[in-house]
Design a protein around this ligand. Structure first.
Ligand SMILES: [Zn+2]
Ligand SMILES: [Zn+2]
Length: 358
């Protein structure tokens, strides 16, 4: 039997729930409120230099796999079965919020989390703002669409920081044209350029769950990581939470390529006066460190016209991401209007030329 942790109201014994607006635990039964004392301890960053990421992750994943999928609810005694990746859930029998503690201890213990700041009640308002100005929405969208159940999930992330140093090589070109007799001659010069790079990075999050689309999670950024606090199970009360299943090493590669892209950009921005600049080589050394963090995300889908559209909301900022259905007739009308505008412009140019020639 796996171990569980539960928060019970000290006054009435009903389950306590984390309230994002107050940042406290509240009892929905008697209304009593409990503080979550903040640990003044700084969140510790673990250095990854010289560590074998894959071995670390495999070991941790094995530990999780050995954890039993069956838990006893402390409140009602019922057996609760939880999927391997879940670390917090609600007892389907008595509604008690439980954390599956064997999945958040040892190597599986998250370093930090950002609590939910947006309450599920605020989601309809956030969605209204998102719909605003979306001219291509089908007309009957508001009457015909419906929302699936909203789940507040703490999504596992690796949050990377570190340093890149080394050198990047670029080739830059300039060209000038001059008249020599009857000829126009273009001179192109090529320059070999180099820039030394020494850049520090902080708080680059990479989603560590294979079950959630990476691009959906990437678009939820930014998260304000300075608001992260040391992991505390009490913040999970009333939400579900997943543990990581993506190796830290693979994710480090993703973080590294994002950092290298910004380093290239930064280096290029110092090379002005060239008509073209492209990278030809160089190498960068990366020293990375990472924290295992849980970040707050609401997930739901919008059902419309027999199709389901996935949506996510940043539980810290309220940012909404997802793709809305596009009305075919409306978008056709837009296309025709734009075509009409374009041909009007062409006609105007033609008229102007004709008048000049006349
Ligand atoms: Zn109570
Ligand atoms: Zn129960």
């Amino acid at each position: 039997m796996g171990k569980v942790f539960e928060q019970k109201c000290p006054s009435c014994g009903a389950p306590l729930q984390f309230d994002p607006e107050r940042g406290k635990l509240v009892c929905r039964n008697c209304g009593s409120i409990q503080d979550i004392p903040e640990d003044s301890d700084k969140v510790e960053e673990v250095s990854l230099d010289g560590l074998d990421f894959t071995a670390l992750t495999e070991q941790a994943t094995d530990e999780a796999a050995q954890a039993l999928p069956v838990y006893n609810c402390v409140s009602c005694g019922a057996e609760v079965i939880a999927p391997a990746e879940q670390i917090a859930t609600t007892c389907p029998y008595c509604g008690n919020n439980i954390v599956l503690t064997d999945k958040v201890t040892g190597k599986l213990r998250p370093d930090a989390l950002i609590p939910f700041h947006i309450d599920a009640k605020q989601l309809p308002d956030a969605l209204q703002k998102f719909y605003k100005g979306k001219a291509l929405l089908p007309k009957n969208f508001f009457s015909e669409s419906s929302l699936s159940k909203v789940t507040g999930v703490y999504v596992p992330f690796w949050v990377f920081g570190g340093r890149l140093d080394g050198m990047l090589r670029f080739q830059g070109t300039t060209s000038s044209t001059s008249r020599q007799g009857d000829y126009l001659v273009t001179h192109t010069r090529h320059y070999q350029l180099r820039r030394n790079v020494d850049l520090s990075f902080r708080n680059v999050p990479v989603d560590a769950s294979g079950r959630i689309a990476d691009d959906l999670m990437d678009s939820l950024e930014p998260f304000d990581i300075s608001d992260a606090r040391p992991f505390d199970m009490r913040y999970l009360a009333g939400f579900t939470a997943d543990r990581f299943d993506q190796a830290k090493g693979d994710m480090a590669e993703r973080a590294k390529s994002r950092m290298i892209a910004s380093a290239e950009c930064a280096a290029k921005s110092t090379l002005y006066g060239y008509s073209g600049v492209y990278r030809t080589g160089g190498s960068l050394r990366a020293q990375l460190h990472a924290q295992y963090m849980l970040l707050p995300v609401y997930l739901f889908s919008i059902l419309y016209g027999g199709k389901s559209y996935d949506f996510a909301v940043n539980g810290q900022t309220g940012k909404v991401v997802g793709t809305l259905p596009v009305s075919r007739s409306v978008s056709m009308r837009y296309f025709l209007l734009r075509m009409a505008a374009a041909s009007a412009a062409v006609a105007a140019v033609f008229v102007a030329k004709y008048m000049m020639g006349a």
